[in-house]
Design a protein around this ligand. Sequence first.
Ligand code: ADP
Length: 229
Amino acid sequence: MTTLLQGTGLHRAYGNTPALRGIDIEIAEGETVAVTGPSGCGKSTLLHCLAGIMRVDSGEVRYRNEDIGRWSEAERSRLRRTEFGVLFQFGQLVPELTAGENVALPLLLAGAKRREAKVVAQRWLDRFGVGELAGKLPGAMSGGEQQRCAVARALVTEPRVLFADEPTGALDVLTGEQVLTGIVRVAREEGMAVVLVTHEAQIAAYADREISLRDGALDPTGLGLRTGA
Ligand code: ADP
């Protein structure tokens, strides 16, 4: 399999608190990888560094074999708008915009025409079973509906990698599994890679592979959530 994203010797601290202490990680094209481990072990920091949202103190993040740490903020922000999709625990939809407008937004920012963006946004809302909510404001939707719209918004630009940080953490188990099944299905259909941060075993079980962290390093036991460790 071709390596799409690679982190080598990643270190990152917040003041005197080390969050990443030398992590090596590779994500292949089309692969769904769960990053697991207890709260505070560095999962979110790793995701932010791999997505180019946060700079590492030392080490390299390579995307398609290019060292994105050397890129300017403008170049990295363009990468995030085009090749990467990002999804957090709470969808963070823009409250003043309808679901359809929220999902169309990344396309408009990328230069699409309004009418075309609307059509594509509708298709992605349909794909996640919330097509009939296109005209609604986030405040008038349930948490699960909002998160489905947020997933549609994260995927509407057809990214090559989706970075998802506890994307089902605020949802009940059933809704969470439905949202995740949708993400995994689209990832398989589109050949998209997914970096999925979670502390829940049943969520990690959806991934092709699990990487477990302890105290900012790869878990030396190699035992992840699936083994009950
Ligand atoms: P996880 O996602 O596994 O819960 P994080 O990456 O959020 O872990 O945090 C890793 C470590 O870095 C923890 O010790 C946490 O307290 C610390 N940390 C995270 N964000 C900050 C921040 N903004 N300022 C200071 N310390 C932080």
